[in-house]
Design a protein around this ligand. Structure first.
Ligand code: AMP
Ligand code: MG
Length: 406
């Protein structure tokens, strides 16, 4: 049986980053940059006032109070003239600084007398000025290839007047659930049947990463039905299936992967849960056969499908971030495989982690209450209270999560 790292390497070696395309800013959200962004201008473009007040020359205010005539008013958006010697300019936040001024005195530190102002506090050079280029210098590399485009990145691109930007294409990820027992939400839940939760978690996981899901529905456990459904994935960049990769008589996904032009590169990974995992290709499309058990399907998705999809999306960081945390629920396990335990990571003076509840591979609620996997190495048998453990973070650290666990 191969290790998680080996399995991931094998998968990633057969996954390629998708080509780039120019997209409008509004379509860039959730994609990954296919170019470095080099500033073609300074931001701010000119020195401007950070406050409402009076632009002055510091040399003109050597004592307080000092009375200065007001030679102009500068609202935001106006173009000022040079400040006359021995005078002040009334200026608003964001307005360009008049040439010759070197400080802004905030309104609260002045008394306004019609066409004159009395300065009540000694200014220092640079007070309340936002200098040209203090945020971004022309020529600087502001954003790097492979970064996720979020709202702040979009704002930076807009500041630089980049209406379009080069991003990687979104992969199309086909999803097929299998099982004679699983039915969709609009089908009757007759005896022996269960709702196909995997269909919905997998579509959501794919969409959350910024890829486009192509849901193929549910195939019964027959070779022909699985094969025919997968034939509808011809345009897909990756196929995910759930179920049908264990040892049972009706586990036929593996069989489909080993027939015709299809291939199976490996089956079974040394991990718990998530051992039944198959990887190969349907024609030339990579396929990850995820386990059917809902918690296993998600854990395997995070370990294998997520990095594959992120690689296709052109992301620089494709693995879940790992942190060390103090374990608050001591545990015991067999030295059989590495365990990926659904846990809750909590912030505090130091990070702590707790098991989020029962770990059966069919138990999905402990996944819903978790924000990390506590990873316990294969050989380890006992983990004591407060021992440092590795946690792979996939969800936000919230107080809400902790309230759900007793
Ligand atoms: P399998 O690997 O096909 O034997 O499935 C393992 C377990 O996962 C069985 O208990 C299945 O009923 C369950 N399962 C399979 N597919 C789904 C699905 N789409 N949604 C929820 N549970 C499923
Ligand atoms: Mg099945």
């Amino acid at each position: 049986m191969i290790s998680v790292a080996e399995a991931r390497e094998t998968i990633l070696s057969r996954i390629h980053t998708l080509p780039a395309e120019r997209v409008y800013l509004e379509d860039a959200l959730g994609r990954y940059l296919a170019e470095d962004i080099i500033a073609n201008m300074d931001i701010p473009l000119w020195d401007n006032s950070a406050m409402d007040g009076y632009a002055v020359r510091v040399a003109d205010v050597t004592k307080v109070p000092t009375r200065l005539p007001v030679d102009q008013e500068i609202p935001a958006g106006a173009h000022p003239w040079a400040l006359a010697q021995g005078s002040a300019a009334r200026i608003m936040t964001g307005a360009a600084l008049p040439e010759g001024s070197d400080a802004v005195v905030i309104r609260e530190d002045t008394e306004e007398h019609g066409s004159a102002v009395v300065i009540l506090r000694l200014p220092q050079k640079g007070d309340h000025i936002r200098f040209r280029g203090e945020d971004i210098k022309k020529g600087a590399r502001v954003l790097t290839q492979g970064s996720l485009v979020g709202p702040a990145q979009i704002g930076v691109l807009a500041s630089l007047r980049r209406a379009r930007t080069l991003c990687h294409q979104r992969p199309l990820v086909a999803i097929l659930s299998t099982g004679d027992e699983v039915v969709d939400l609009d089908e009757e839940l007759s005896p022996g049947k269960i709702p196909s939760s995997n269909s919905y978690t997998l579509v959501s996981l794919v969409r959350e990463l910024g890829a486009t899901p192509l849901y193929l529905g549910i195939a019964h456990d027959t070779h022909a039905e699985i094969r025919d459904n997968l034939a509808r994935a011809q345009r897909a960049d990756l196929i995910l299936t759930s179920g049908g990769v264990s040892m049972g008589d009706y586990d036929l996904v593996k069989e489909v992967m080993t027939s015709g032009q299809n291939t199976m590169a490996f089956w079974q990974v040394e991990m718990k849960p998530g051992k039944p995992l198959a990887f190969g290709s349907i024609g030339d499309i990579p396929i990850i056969g995820l386990p059917g058990n809902p918690a296993s399907a998600m854990i395997s998705f995070y370990q294998f499908a997520r990095p594959a999809i992120l690689k296709m999306l052109g992301a620089r960081d494709i693995l879940l971030p790992r942190v060390k945390a103090r374990l608050k629920t001591p545990l015991r396990k067999k030295p059989d495989r590495p365990h990926y335990i659904r846990g809750m990571l909590e912030s505090g003076q130091e990070l702590s982690a707790r098991i989020s509840g029962p770990q059966g591979s069919g138990i999905l609620t402990t996944m819903a209450h978790a924000n990390c996997f506590i990873v316990i190495p294969k050989e380890k048998i006992v983990v004591e209270m407060n021992e440092l453990v590795d946690c792979e973070v996939f969800g936000p650290l919230t107080a809400e999560n902790s309230a759900l666990i007793t």
